[in-house]
Design a binder for this molecule. Structure first.
Ligand code: GP9
Ligand code: MN
Length: 632
């Protein structure tokens, strides 16, 4: 064994000194690194991209570099505040992820007042585990105090600036190379941010928020300018082709003169239909109606950051949801060629009904923008029974039926239910549905909630039939979006006896039922075509002989399209499923992985373009421009 000599001791002393002098930086960097990595792990659902440590390290270096510019006593305060801000962002991001399976964006934050659905459910998306993100704030504080007391030497400004510059350039350099790699791999990802989870897995959360803020600001500036003529022409051509009638003419005009009743059901996810729990049917009433309807069992929800409002937006306009945030908020100033406006042109009376406060999801503004004659919100109902967010479905549907009886015919009634809303516990005392072993679990609570809503829907539909309204109406009933978030997927897979929990299996359950009812229960049967919420309006437009101008979806009853494009870039084409966050293709029937072919790559690009076209149309209020060109 060798004893350290004087020289070694000197070096050892220096190292110790260096460590002590920079203990604040070392602590900050390591703690923030652990937090950022653990967040990545939480959102990566098994696909943790190890190279994300580079952009994470780079963003920490950049952040830390600024602290070097301060006098050493002040820099600990800077680091402490930076830690608080970062931790708050991470916790907010985590909660947002648990609910939306997405990353928070500036646009979503701007919409914060529309996100009451989440904020009122904060206790459900918050987890005790999150406190762990705040633990260090209690460790850092005492360290900061000691540090401030002991610290005496103050480095001169030029020396401090030099340290700042070196660290900053190092961080910036690493980040630049990461961004270069991402832009080579997926050229539009950084600007379109079509797949935010995947992007965050590549560049880390801090960089994501920087890129998002940059995009938000530059988009706002860009959108204030006119779209290049060529782009406008391309969009026009795309829409003309997409809205061309096919050679078939199934169901054309069969709804003309009849009422249209569209019922959007909160969190009605497909797996509950014809399914049992503890030996009893979960949705006995809908199951009965499924047999009297044309039932689309491969109908997907396509919502994004606007959740319920996105389902409404797509179903009424056949336009894709906003790239981030909610179209109901961001684009409420645009012109729409909506289902209500087209039916109004045919002398229909149009009304939207929903038992929550009128401002929720900006509905009061957006229903007007979509040309509804009237919006019956919370204030138009007698709120005699409140469950969860608002008026109970029971009372809402009963009162809605009475209102509809007084509507001038023909009418379009758009009803949006509410009670089966996340977190589902509120419904418990309104029924005695025994979910057996699922009692007290997330999925068990949901099954109870949807069982309650099913009973109310059953009563409503029975009444429509009894009162003779059905004879002269077409009814479309569908679920707005998932009920079981990704976070609880394991409970769903267990419930469904799925041994596999890959993305293919996850997608298999991202369907919502669509029931189309025709007078006399005509055309009852199951339709297995792959379709989605973007396709409802074109289908109804064909049935009611409405002009098809600006629709991105396709008529489900004519033509061969089985295209379902999701806002995050994933898609279904009738043969394959493409999962954007892992860049993987699956055979739609068998679930086996498929290698990317030139053809699939082209298809992917084509669909990305389609999303871009829809964004451009919304960003530049193009329906208004196109209508003006036509002289409308
Ligand atoms: C609120 C309801 C819920 O009125 O539509 O919206 P969600 O939280 O499901 O988006
Ligand atoms: Mn909803």
């Amino acid at each position: 064994m060798r004893f350290p000599d004087v020289k070694d001791n000197k070096i050892f002393g220096r190292v110790l000194n260096l460590l002590f002098n920079n203990i604040d930086i070392i602590l900050f960097c390591s703690i923030v690194f652990v937090k950022l990595m653990s967040y990545e792990k939480d959102i990566s659902s098994g696909y943790l991209n190890k190279s994300v440590i580079f952009p994470i390290a780079a963003s920490i270096l950049i952040l830390t570099s600024f602290s070097f510019a301060f006098k050493e006593k002040t820099r600990i305060s800077f680091l402490y505040i930076a830690d608080i801000v970062l931790s708050a962002i991470l916790i907010a991001d985590l909660m947002y992820y648990r609910y939306f399976k997405d990353i928070t964006t500036v646009a979503a934050i701007r919409n914060a007042k529309l996100l009451q659905g989440v904020s009122s459910s904060v206790s459900s998306v918050a987890s005790v585990k999150d406190l762990y993100y705040l633990l260090d704030l209690f460790i850092l504080l005492p360290v900061a105090r000691i540090y401030k007391k002991k610290k005496k030497n103050i480095k001169p400004l030029p020396k401090r600036l030099l340290s700042f510059l070196i660290i900053f350039v190092l961080g910036f350099g690493i980040n630049a190379s990461v961004f270069y790699r991402v832009s080579k791999q997926q050229p539009t990802l950084l600007t379109s941010m079509s797949n935010r989870i995947y992007l965050t897995n590549m560049i880390g959360d801090v960089d994501f928020h920087l890129v998002d803020s940059y995009n938000y600001i530059s988009n706002s500036i860009k959108n204030s300018k006119k779209l290049p003529d060529q782009k406008e022409k391309d969009i026009k051509t795309f829409l003309q082709n997409n809205n061309k009638d096919t050679d078939e003419s199934n169901f054309k005009g069969i709804g003309e003169g009849k009422n249209l009743i569209v019922i959007q059901v909160e969190a009605l996810q497909g797996f509950v239909i014809n399914q049992k729990v503890n030996g009893q049917e979960i949705t006995p009433n809908l199951n009965k109606w499924v047999n009297k309807c044309m039932y689309f069992d491969n109908y997907f929800y396509q919502v994004a950051g606007g959740n319920t409002s996105d389902a409404e937006f797509m179903s009424n306009n056949s336009l894709y949801p906003a790239q981030s945030g909610a179209a109901y908020y961001t684009y409420s100033g645009d012109k729409y060629d909506s289902l209500a406006s087209s039916l109004k042109d045919k002398n229909y009376y149009t009304a939207a009904l929903h038992g929550n406060s009128e401002g929720f999801w900006n509905r009061n503004v957006m229903y007007k923008a979509q040309s509804f004659d009237d919006f019956f919100g919370e204030h138009s109902f007698n709120v005699d029974e409140k469950i969860g967010l608002g008026l109970s479905d029971k009372s809402f549907l009963n009162q809605s039926l009475e209102k509809m009886k007084s509507f001038k015919q023909p009418y379009y009634s758009f009803l949006v239910t509410l009670t089966s809303h996340f977190p589902y516990e509120a419904v418990d005392k309104y029924g005695d549905f025994n979910v057996g072993e699922y009692e007290g679990t997330f999925i068990g609570n949901y099954l109870k909630a949807i069982h309650y809503t099913d009973a109310q829907l059953g009563e409503f539909l029975d009444n429509l039939e009894k009162d003779g309204i059905m004879q002269n109406s077409i009814i479309a009933l569908y679920g707005d979006h998932f009920a079981i978030p990704k976070d609880n997927a394991q409970q769903l897979f267990k419930f469904e006896n799925e041994s596999n929990s890959d993305d293919y299996t996850w997608f298999k359950y991202q369907k919502v039922p669509l029931l189309l009812h025709f007078p006399g229960d005509e055309y009852a049967g199951v339709n297995h075509k792959y379709t989605g919420q973007m396709d409802l309006y074109p289908t109804l437009a064909n049935m009611y002989n409405l002009p098809k101008n600006y629709m991105f979806g396709n008529d489900m009853l004519n033509g061969t399209s089985q295209k379902v494009i999701f806002r995050n870039g994933s898609f279904i084409d009738g043969q394959n499923l493409y999962v954007s966050w892992s860049n993987t293709y699956y055979n739609l029937k068998s679930g086996t992985k498929v290698n990317e072919t030139e053809e699939l790559k082209n298809e992917k690009n084509e669909y990305t373009k389609e999303l871009e076209y829809s964004d451009d149309l919304l960003n530049h209020n193009l329906i208004n421009t196109f209508d003006q060109e036509k002289g409308n």
